[in-house]
Unconditional design. Structure first.
Length: 245
């Protein structure tokens, strides 16, 4: 996969792209990550990429020319238009499902804005997706883009040490992930559940499934509105509801 980011502050990505899983993913050849300063595509001698909004108002708006020119340069020679993602608090809420969808693409371009916003023609005629990471406003699109890219890249084949590492992550199954424990089995009187020490893999898997259901019920019961449960899971969930009354 090739991922290109357009930003006014490309140095913000240096540490993130050069560390941890994203660094390893590049070393393994699973992904190519590149960041370009939007100012490189300004036709203004002062490298200006924003201007005052028509009609007046506070703040500055990103001009369309640099964004269009940058994307057209990056997509030149490609057989099909890639997903062009605008990071924006007005966009679709980012989810694990969206990460899985984007992980199937060969090319992704992220647009990171600053200031008051984007010229509307960028939204209407250039981008394919608008993504938000939550109902709040940040200084720019750089941190949200890093979040989305991290979530996507870790799903690419060969990136994680174990190919099925992400399968049981929270939200991958629609449920929150079950609790984890490691050595020592007894830490200051706080002990690991006996079932995890039993060696009985069938019972361990059952415990993990039930704890996943329990944790989702206690912390994010709204997720059940979007999950198709088995009869066994429904029965366990009904028991949890009775316990909570």
């Amino acid at each position: 996969m090739n991922i290109h980011v357009l930003s006014l502050f490309p140095d913000m990505f240096t540490g993130v792209f050069g560390s941890s899983i994203l660094k390893k993913a590049q070393e393994k050849g699973a992904v190519s990550l590149a960041v370009t300063d939007i100012r490189e595509y300004s036709d203004n001698k002062h490298k200006q990429v924003d201007d005052y909004p028509y009609g007046g108002g506070a703040g500055m708006v990103l001009k369309p020319e640099p964004m269009f020119q940058a994307v057209e340069t990056l997509t030149e020679g490609l057989q099909k238009k890639p997903r062009i993602i605008l990071m924006c608090p007005q966009g679709e809420r980012f989810t694990q499902r969206k990460a899985e969808e984007l992980a199937k693409e060969e090319e992704l371009i992220f647009l990171c804005g600053h200031y008051e916003g984007y010229d509307e023609r960028i939204r209407e005629f250039l981008v394919t997706d608008e993504i938000s990471i939550g109902d709040f406003v940040l200084t720019g699109g750089e941190l949200p883009a890093m979040t989305v890219i991290d979530a996507v890249v870790r799903l690419l084949p060969g990136v994680l040490g174990q190919e099925d590492s992400h399968i049981h992550d929270s939200f991958s199954t629609g449920l929150l992930e079950h609790p984890h424990y490691t050595r020592p089995a007894d830490f200051r009187g706080m002990t690991v559940p006996d079932v995890l020490l039993s060696g009985n893999h069938a019972k361990i898997e059952q415990w993990r499934e039930e704890e996943s259901l329990r944790r989702t019920f206690e912390r994010r019961s709204d997720l059940f509105d979007h999950i198709e449960l088995t009869e066994k899971q429904k029965t366990f969930l009904e028991g949890l509801k009775k316990e909570s009354k």
